[in-house]
Design a protein around this ligand. Structure first.
Ligand code: NAD
Ligand code: UGA
Length: 486
C-alpha cells in the first residue's frame, strides 16, 4: 500500500498525477525524483539502455547532492520507474515532460534532433488527453512547431506546453523543490491546469515534512511560489533571457575586476558594496575565471543567433561573450606575468568541474585553461574531488593527481579553478612549503589574501589589487587618484 505523508499544516497531499519524463539527464532525473517525492507516479524513459539499466540498479550517472537519496527512496516507494522503451513509459501518462539535450551544432544552431525524436515517441505512445510539455531549452518557436506535429499526428488530443527549467547543478534538488517561480507557456487553460496539478505540492510550499527536513533544511515557512502562465513563445524567451541576464551580470563584475586590477580596489568588496543595493542584488557577482557549464555558453550563443539571423546585433550578448573569453585567459596571462615563461613549468590545477558540487566538465573553463597551458609548454597536473577521468583530448596531456598534497609537491604554481568548499579548508602553510615556487592564483577569490600571503604565498586573486599593494588606509584618508568634478 502506498505510504501517505503529511505536510507542515496537515493539509491532504494533492492528488497524484501519472507523469512520464523523457530523458534521464540532469533535468530529467531531478524532475522525476522530485515529482515522485511529492507523490506523483513517474516513469522515466531514456534511449540510453546502459543508463536505464544502471538507474534501475540504483546508480545515479552524475554527482548531484541529495539526488541519490531521493532516487533510492522513490524507487523503493514504487513511484519512480526507469525504461528504455517509450512504449513502456508513456501509455498511462497524463503529462509527458521532454527533458533532452539541446546542444549547439558546429554552426552554432541549436540541434533539436533529440527534442523531435522524444516528441515523436510521445505522439506515438501517449494516450489521448496527455499534455506534452517541453522542458528542454529550445529556441522561440519550437513549441509552436511541436504543436503542429501534434496536430498532424493526433489532432487536438495531445496538447503542447512549455515549462522551462531553472535549476542549477549542485543545488538542483533544492532549486526544483523550492523554485523562485514556475513558468508555463500554453495555448489552452486545460494544459495550464494539468501542469498546475503536477506542481501544486511545490507551488503551495507545503512539501511532505520529511522532504522539508532532508532537502530544504530549516528554510522555514515558505510562501506560495509565483506562477507565470503565459504564451509559449514568451515562456521560451524567458528561459534564454534568464540565462543571458545571469551571464551578463557575471561578465559585468569580471569587467569591473579587470578595471580594479589596473586602478586598484578589491572586486569582492565592490560586489558586496553594489550587491547590497536591492535593485542590483548580491547574487551572480562573484568575479572569477569566467562562466562555463553545459548551459550558459550554448544558450547565449543560441540567443545571439536568434537575434542576428533576424538582423539584430545583440550587442550586450556579444560583449558578455567577449568579456568571458578574455576572462578564460586570466589564468594564463597572470601565470605568464609571474613566471615569465611557462615552458617546463609545473602547474597544479585545484579543481576541474565547471563549479563546485558537480562532476560536470561540459564547457568547463578548466579544459580551455589546461589545453592552453599545455600548448605553451607547461606541465599540467590537476586534482578535483569529483573528477576521476579526463576528457579524451586531455588524457595524454594532463595528469590527474590523487590528492592536493601530491599536486602541490614540487609545483611552481597552484591555480584554484573550482571553488570546492574543502579547498577553503586547506593548510596553506603546508601547501606553500611543499611547492617549488609558492605562487597561488585564486581564480575564484576563495582564499583570504592576507592569510595566503602570511602562509608564504605570492597570492594573486581576480580583481584584487593585482598591480597594487593592498590598501592599508581607509579610503577617506587617501587622496583621490582622479579629481572629481564638482
Ligand atoms: P543531459 O545531456 O544531462 O541529458 C539528456 C538525456 O536525454 C540523456 O540521458 C540522453 O540519453 C537522453 N536522450 C536523448 N535523446 C533522447 C530521446 N530521443 N529519448 C529519450 N531520451 C533521450 O541534458 P540536461 O543537462 O538534462 O539538459 C536537458 C535540457 O535541459 C537541455 O535543453 C538543457 O539546456 C536544459 N537545462 C539544463 C539544465 C542543467 O543544469 N543541466 C538546467 C536547466 C535547463
Ligand atoms: C545555470 C543557471 O544558474 C540555471 O538557472 C539554469 O537553469 C542553468 O544554467 C541551465 O539553464 O542549465 P548552472 O550552469 O548549473 O546553472 O550553474 P551556475 O551556478 O549558474 O553557474 C554557471 C557558471 O557561472 C559557472 O561556470 C560558475 O562558475 C559561473 N559563475 C556563477 C560565476 O563565475 N560567478 C557567479 O557569481 C556565479
Amino acid at each position: 500500500m502506498e505510504e501517505h505523508r503529511s505536510t507542515r499544516d496537515g493539509a491532504p497531499e494533492a492528488p497524484a498525477v501519472r507523469v512520464a519524463v523523457i530523458g534521464a539527464g540532469h533535468v530529467g532525473l531531478v524532475s522525476a525524483a522530485c515529482l515522485a517525492a511529492v507523490g506523483h507516479h513517474v516513469a522515466v524513459q531514456d534511449v540510453d539502455g546502459a543508463r536505464t539499466t544502471s538507474l534501475r540498479a540504483g546508480r545515479t550517472p552524475f554527482l548531484e547532492p541529495g539526488l541519490d537519496d531521493l532516487m533510492a527512496r522513490e524507487t523503493e516507494s514504487g513511484r519512480l520507474s526507469f525504461h528504455t522503451d517509450p512504449a513502456a513509459a508513456l501509455p498511462g501518462a497524463e503529462v509527458a515532460f521532454v527533458c533532452v539535450g539541446t546542444p549547439n551544432g558546429p554552426d552554432g544552431r541549436v540541434d533539436l534532433s533529440a527534442v523531435l525524436a522524444a516528441t515523436g515517441a510521445v505522439l506515438e505512445h501517449a494516450p489521448d488527453g496527455c499534455v506534452l510539455v517541453n522542458r528542454s531549452t529550445a529556441p522561440v518557436g519550437t513549441a509552436a512547431y511541436l504543436r503542429s506535429l501534434a496536430l498532424e499526428a493526433r489532432g487536438d488530443r495531445i496538447a503542447v506546453a512549455v515549462n522551462p527549467e531553472f535549476l542549477a547543478e549542485g543545488t538542483a534538488v533544492r532549486d526544483f523543490l523550492a523554485p523562485d517561480r514556475v513558468v508555463v507557456g500554453a495555448w489552452s487553460a486545460d494544459a495550464v491546469e494539468a501542469l498546475m496539478a503536477v506542481y501544486e505540492p511545490i507551488i503551495s510550499g507545503l512539501l511532505p515534512l520529511d522532504l522539508e527536513g532532508s532537502v530544504l533544511g530549516t528554510a522555514g515557512l515558505r510562501e506560495r511560489v509565483p506562477v507565470v502562465a503565459t504564451g509559449p513563445s514568451t515562456a521560451e524567451l524567458i528561459k534564454y533571457a534568464a540565462n543571458a541576464f545571469l551571464a551578463v551580470k557575471i561578465s559585468f563584475i569580471n569587467e569591473i575586476a579587470a578595471i580594479a586590477e589596473e586602478v586598484g580596489g578589491d572586486v569582492t568588496e565592490v560586489a558586496r558594496g553594489i550587491g547590497l543595493d536591492r535593485r542590483i542584488g548580491p547574487h551572480f557577482l562573484r568575479a572569477g575565471i569566467g562562466w562555463g557549464g553545459s548551459c550558459f555558453p550554448k544558450d547565449i550563443v543560441a540567443l545571439q543567433g536568434m537575434a542576428e539571423t533576424r538582423g539584430l546585433s545583440a550587442r550586450m550578448l556579444r560583449a558578455a561573450n567577449d568579456v568571458n573569453r578574455d576572462q578564460h585567459r586570466w589564468v594564463v596571462s597572470r601565470l605568464q606575468r609571474q613566471l615569465k615563461t611557462l615552458v617546463g613549468r609545473r602547474i597544479g590545477l585545484l579543481g576541474l568541474a565547471f563549479k563546485a558540487n558537480t562532476d560536470d566538465l561540459r564547457s568547463a573553463p578548466s579544459l580551455e585553461i589546461a589545453a592552453e597551458l599545455v600548448r605553451l609548454g607547461a606541465r599540467v597536473r590537476a586534482y578535483d574531488p569529483s573528477v576521476k577521468a579526463l576528457p579524451p583530448e586531455l588524457q595524454d596531456q594532463v595528469e590527474l593527481a590523487p590528492d592536493v598534497e601530491s599536486l602541490a609537491s614540487g609545483a611552481e604554481a597552484m591555480v584554484l579553478v573550482t571553488e570546492w568548499p574543502e579547498f577553503a579548508q586547506l593548510d596553506l602553510e603546508r601547501l606553500a612549503s611543499a611547492m617549488r615556487v609558492p605562487l597561488l592564483l585564486d581564480g575564484r577569490n576563495l582564499f583570504d589574501p592576507e592569510a595566503a600571503r602570511a602562509a608564504g604565498f605570492t597570492y594573486v586573486g581576480v580583481g584584487r589589487d593585482g598591480n597594487h599593494p593592498p590598501e592599508r588606509t581607509a579610503p577617506q584618508d587617501r587622496e583621490p587618484a582622479v579629481a572629481v568634478p564638482r
